[in-house]
Design a protein. Structure first.
Length: 231
């Protein structure tokens, strides 16, 4: 019995921890890691032109190489609405009249069931109905900007970018992280691009501190609202 109680406590503890677990945050590569991904450029000693110091005389100064910076203009807005309604109804009715035999209605009596005369007439009725309604709506909006670094140049010329911004405001920390793939032709002349033009975008916005903690549900509430709660 004691071992059973110990196992029960362990199971309950694991369930509670699962209920209050938070999803992992997307890790952004550091600048050192990004520059380590760039191929080593050959240095020509004594030469005026260097491959790693190219100057675009007739082009806008846009991101094109690993380690270059680009500003992502956040303009995310989503609206989702879903509604469902179901109504079903079914009625059954069966009426069997008492048959006649030789012109007389059939009747019988049995001392085991009843002392009065009985017939074969039967009536059966049944009905069932179901009604269900459901509505769901969600709206999100995120505006602002965050500057990212090019982490890779894909074989087709597309650029993989990663960026992060951390802000500390009045006892609270907020962060914005973005990852994705962009096309160089979508980059504007001021070296910016809209977040709606980022493919495979991973945008995370969150925070920590006093305000974030006040909006966070307690661990017991998370357990009762998780899929582990069987009711």
């Amino acid at each position: 019995m004691r071992r059973l109680n110990i196992k029960l406590v362990i199971i309950v503890g694991a369930v509670l921890l699962a209920g209050c677990a938070s999803p992992p945050k997307n890790k952004i590569a550091t600048a050192e890691e990004i520059f380590a991904m760039a191929p080593t450029q050959r240095v020509d000693n004594g030469a005026i032109f260097q491959l790693n110091r190219g100057i675009a005389l007739y082009e806008d100064n846009k991101a094109r190489n690993i380690g270059d910076m680009i500003t992502i203009v956040l303009s995310e807005k989503t609206n989702a609405t879903k509604s469902a309604s179901t109504n079903t109804s079914k009625d059954n009715s069966i009426d069997v009249t008492n048959p006649t035999l030789l012109g007389l209605p059939t009747a019988f009596s049995s001392s085991l069931l009843s002392s009065r005369a009985m017939s074969l007439a039967s009536t059966l009725e049944s009905s069932k109905s179901f009604a269900g309604d459901g509505d769901s709506s969600q709206s999100n909006q995120l505006t602002g900007s965050v500057t990212a670094l090019v982490t890779a140049v894909l074989p087709n010329g597309y650029l993989r970018i990663e960026g992060e911004k951390n802000i500390n405001i009045n006892q609270g920390d907020e962060y914005i992280r973005i990852k994705g793939i962009i096309r160089p032709v979508d980059i504007r002349s001021d070296n910016t691009i809209s977040s709606t033009q980022v493919a495979n975008a991973e945008i995370s916005y969150g925070g920590s501190g006093v305000i974030a903690s006040s909006n966070d549900m307690g661990w017991l509430g998370k357990f009762f609202n998780s899929t582990w709660w069987p009711f």
